[in-house]
Design a protein around this ligand. Structure first.
Ligand code: GRF
Length: 193
């Protein structure tokens, strides 16, 4: 069993998918903590419903990113967290967390990276009128959506699809791909690869 922390800033549907996969045994881990940087995030409700402890902290209340992350790190250590899963966490990870969790931070991004990094990737793909987009799971480095790619899956954008249609297709893929990829990473870490 690997101890996980999920970081989220918003709705948390991927967080929910991970928790379901943990419950079913598809992910051999335990979600020890939700880290949330937005007091209003719906992800906090989801954590409550599943009885998962939440650390809510507004980075603005800290003197620096380092001070904020040092506090987050303390929570992670107290909960013996081994792997960090970003799920709609709208913030770049700084050097404090990157150094403490080298190759132990995953992110999911709603495009086929390196296409459409950054904010509103679904809108970017829709506006570019591409016919294929998708989802990427990657390790996190200091850049914006730039770390080594672990898994990708594509979706087709059909003529007449609305933005909402594309979003729905992407999220359906995300909710399968993220738990499956997390499990693969857990197996790799466990085998010492
Ligand atoms: C997802 O599309 C994910 O790829 C991106 O942020 C979104 C989060 O959605 N990083 P949710 O909060 O998990 O519903």
């Amino acid at each position: 069993m690997m101890n996980l922390a999920v970081f989220a800033s918003g709705n948390g549907s991927n967080f929910e998918a991970v928790m379901e996969a943990v419950k079913s045994g598809a992910v051999q881990g335990e979600v020890k903590l939700l880290v949330c940087d937005k007091e209003q995030a719906f992800a906090i409700e989801r954590a409550k419903n599943h009885g998962i402890p939440t650390f809510v902290a507004s980075p603005k209340k800290y003197s620096s990113k380092e001070a904020y992350e040092t506090n987050v790190l303390k929570q992670l250590h107290e909960n013996n967290v081994e792997l960090i899963v970003l799920a709609g966490y709208m913030r770049l990870i700084g050097s404090t967390l990157l150094h403490a969790f080298e190759h132990r931070i995953l992110n999911i991004h709603p495009s086929l990276l390196p296409a459409f990094p950054g904010l509103d990737a679904i809108g970017q793909a829709f506006d570019a009128k591409v016919k294929v987009s998708g989802v990427t799971v990657h390790y996190v480095d200091a850049g914006m959506d730039t770390g080594p790619i672990i898994a990708q899956e594509s979706i087709y954008i059909e003529d007449g699809d609305t933005r909402e249609d594309v979003q729905r297709k992407i999220q359906q893929v995300e909710h399968q791909l993220y738990p499956a990829t997390i499990q693969k990473v857990i197996e790799q870490i466990t085998r010492g690869v």
